[in-house]
Ligand binder design. Sequence first.
Ligand code: BG6
Length: 487
Amino acid sequence: MAISDFDLVLFGGSGDLAMRKLLPAMYARDVASDLPASARIICVGRDKMPQDEFLNFVDSHSKQHIKDQDSVDENKWQHFLERITYIDLDATDADTFGPLVEVLRKDDAITRVYYLATPPHLFAQICDNLAATGLATPSSRVVLEKPLGRDLESAKQINLDVGKVFAESQIYRIDHYLGKETVQNLLALRFGNVLFEPLWRREWISDVQITIAEKIGVGNRLGYYDNSGALRDMLQNHLLQLLCIVAMEPPTSISPDAVRDAKLQVLRSLKRFTPTTLAQNIVRGQYRGGFVDGKAVPSYRDEPDAPKQSKTETFVAMKAEIDTWRWAGVPFYLRTGKRMADRLAEIVVRFKQIPHSIFNQPTSSFQPNSLVIRLQPDEGLSLNLMAKTPGDSMRLKQAELELDFREQFKAPRMEAYERLLLDVLRGQLTLFMRGDELEAAWEWVEPILDHWEQDDTAPVPYASGTWGPAASSALIGRDGLQWREEA
Ligand code: BG6
């Protein structure tokens, strides 16, 4: 679907996200000829800066983050920069919005998007000020960047504040994991084939593992991260969204509400933790010094500005359950951490053991079938099957059916933000969270947050460059299983 002319306003337009992700994503779509000739990007920031200076800033802070550096052609880059206008204003003061009012084109045929890449405490004021200055038109759209709250109450407040100015159909809550190609491919796999859906249930699936592991540490985001931790930063959003896509009932269509209703049902069916079940089924860890890729890295508590007694978790592993007919009794093991042995995001669906062996091999020698859906670093699927080893004897061994998306489809790939920005510009809400989904996710993690808050114990330490604390292996080991990388 072609994109019609637009004015994209980036609040936080000189910030890190704009430089590292949003502008590079827009450049990539410009080079791919997706942007109409007169489409514009209006970067809004606090700092007073002449236009030339801002463009130099973009040149030195954003260009290096374009994924396909071969696409960086000086003429195309200059052409892209011509789309950008910089405006300085105080987002908390409507009286300073004059220049923005002036620059925006007043034609309903032009799509207008406000992208709030700012700390969430500014969302309410920005929306109010857009309303007060007549900029929040019924056809405009607003994009909310994470963190979308730090608990249920603050998430509700965001929904309430933004909802006073914009209708739900105008609000795009970003979770960039939903923009990743393989996540959408999971929808294709489940609902574009007849093979899996009949098996996609407790009768045939024994357990599911979802892992997002990172090698990076907290970097220069300590101020934000130390107040958040892995549960808020990764699990409440990205991991739960992946879980929803794996576990949801077939939606009636790919329309936004059909998909979001199905995801909401999963969130609402997640078994609530009590203080006892929580202590048994959740492990939180914090990285200590160690080696990542052979390089020595410091302990979390020795990162610049880190509180020496910080109790912030940089790792979480948990066993979750979904109370529905489809999933009762199937454990969903979720795990995420920083400074781990490898960068990896994957979903592993393990099927049940064969009921009986007709071969001269015991049933226990059969590896249960498993489907591995890889999101990162490469994108692909592998289906592990038992096959006969060549030769005279009838011995069976595990073999892999491999689908490498890059190899299979030579078409250029899109970064998550490219896909999501295009969807906003086209008005497609399917890959964005609805307000009730956001609240349901917070509602489920809230008892965990409360418990940790009251709990004096610190997260368990783990050495950087490993797969996390031993307690994480023990958590899954208790059920006779292993994390895939440790098997
Ligand atoms: C962000 C988190 O949402 O996702 C970061 O705030 C994390 O802490 C990042 O590093 C991971 O995203 P990706 O796409 O690199 O896996």
